[in-house]
Every structure is written in C-alpha cells, then in structure tokens.
Design a protein around this ligand. Structure first.
Ligand code: IPE
Ligand code: IPE
Ligand code: MG
Length: 246
C-alpha cells in the first residue's frame, strides 16, 4: 500500500524549480495484466496503488497540481464490460480514498464531460469528493474523466457563444477562461507511461509548452521514484517558450 508519510526526497531534485503542475497519462494497465495472465481489469485495479503513491510523492516535493488521465472520451469504444468496470472502479476508488486524500490536504477536482453516458452514481461520487475537499490548499488532484482535449475546446467554444462574446473579444484569454479548470496553470511536465509516444487527446490546449517525458514503465508499476526521475529529467531541460532566454 502507498505510504502517505513524508518521503526522503533525492538530493538531486532542485526544490526551487519543482514543476507547479504535472500531468500524467496513466497507460499500460491492460498490458501489465496480460503479461501476468490476468484479466485487463486487474491492471486497472493495480493502478490504484500507483495513483496514490504518485500523489504522495507529488505532495512531498511540493507539486501544486497533478492531473491524471483516468478515462478518455474515446475509451467508450472499449468492450462494455471493461467500461462498466472502469466506471465502478473509479467511483469506488473515490469512496475509499477521498478521506485520506482530504486528510493530506488534497483538493480533488475533475475535468471532463458530465454527459448521459456517465452513470449518476459516479457523478454523485465525484461531486461528493469535490465538495469534501474543496477547501484544501496543499495540492489539487485533478482527475480527467470522460475527458477529451478536443471536447474541452468544443465546450469552451460553446460557452463563448452562449456568453455572446463579440467576435473581436475572442482571444486566447477568452478561450482559456472557459476551459474546465482555468485556475490551474498549464502543465509544466507531462508524463506518459507504457512506452507509447502519443498524446491521445489529452490537454491539447494546455500542453502547448509542456515538457514531455515518456517512460517504458507500465502504470501499475509506477511509483513516486519514477515521478522523481521524471522531475529530474524536466529540470535538465531548457524551456524557451519560443524565445531565446531561459
Ligand atoms: C490505461 O491503461 C487506462 C485506461 C485507458 C483507462 P490501458 O487500459 O490503456 O492499458 P493498455 O494500454 O491496454 O496496456
Ligand atoms: C489514454 O490511453 C487514456 C487514458 C490513459 C485514460 P489510451 O490507452 O486510451 O490511449 P491510446 O488508445 O493508446 O491512444
Ligand atoms: Mg492504453
């Protein structure tokens, strides 16, 4: 089980330039299970420890926001049994973990569409976790659920139109302020596990200038040490934002 206590932080991490916002594509659960002769769903279950351990590792080094990709708008294409499992699993994970996350000062938020496909029970549990933890300040754990980067931009455009924003006033700020969580700064670091080198419709608007780190580790095997490695890799990068100075 993950250890919520303060963890020794590698001296090689520069505490003055820890990424403010880290986002993770938690991939490889199915392959992790298949390699063990287990059902794919066992891999999703095993991802829970990885999520908690990564969250505690992020807290320990002072990351202020951690966005995790839990279910994409494209994941509905999976077999109905797997989709059903993921719905139940995510709501039961929230039920089991919301109190300990609350005790650790974590604010839980969600990015994604609350459409008819998400069972009411799941939506209720999401609201409950968000409500319980809304006043917490140490770190935001933002769960991307029924999330798609394109859907998020479409939803923002719909809001622009609903708000009757004049054409001349449509700029990046107007769009950004209508994304799901405009108060969370863009991710500095995006990590994808399982040796896949793609974005898969994650945070399309927000990751314009994120540093990307890919690892072969399958999500159920991912632990805070892997997060620390990714942060070190991030700290070796030179961010330019289109200019020439650091
Ligand atoms: C990521 O693991 C979890 C979700 C997409 C919900 P996968 O289920 O995609 O695992 P692989 O990529 O098939 O191994
Ligand atoms: C991205 O992983 C979505 C989540 C991790 C929730 P996928 O496994 O769905 O992505 P693809 O299909 O390999 O691009
Ligand atoms: Mg996958």
């Amino acid at each position: 089980m993950p250890d919520p206590r303060p963890t020794p932080i590698p001296a090689s991490i520069d505490r003055s330039s820890v990424p403010h916002h880290v986002a993770v594509v938690m991939d490889g659960n199915g392959r992790w299970a298949q390699r063990r002769g287990l059902a794919r769903t066992e891999g999703h279950g095993a991802g829970e420890v990885a999520l908690l351990d990564t969250t505690y590792g992020a807290l320990a080094i002072g990351v202020r926001a951690l966005t995790v990709y839990a279910f994409s708008t494209e994941n509905w294409r999976r077999p109905i049994d797997e989709v059903r499992f993921l719905m139940n699993f995510n709501q039961s994970l929230l039920q089991r973990r919301q109190h300990e996350l609350h005790d650790e000062g974590v604010r839980i938020t969600f990015s994604g569409r609350r459409d008819w496909r998400v069972p009411k029970k799941v939506l209720r549990r999401m609201d409950e976790a968000a409500e319980l933890t809304r006043g917490n300040k140490l770190m935001t754990l933002n769960i991307a659920f029924n999330y798609g980067g394109r859907a998020e931009i479409v939803d923002a455009v719909q809001r622009l139109v609903a708000d009757a924003v004049p054409v001349k006033q449509i700029d990046e700020k107007a769009i950004r302020s209508r994304l799901y969580h405009p108060e969370i700064p863009d991710p500095d670091l995006v990590i994808r596990t399982s040796g896949e080198y793609r974005i898969s419709n994650f945070l399309l608007w927000e990751m314009a200038y994120s540093e990307l780190v890919f690892t072969e580790v399958l999500w159920p095997d991912f632990r805070r040490e892997h997060l620390f490695d990714a942060v070190e890799e991030y700290q070796r990068r030179e961010r330019r934002f289109g200019g020439l100075d650091k």
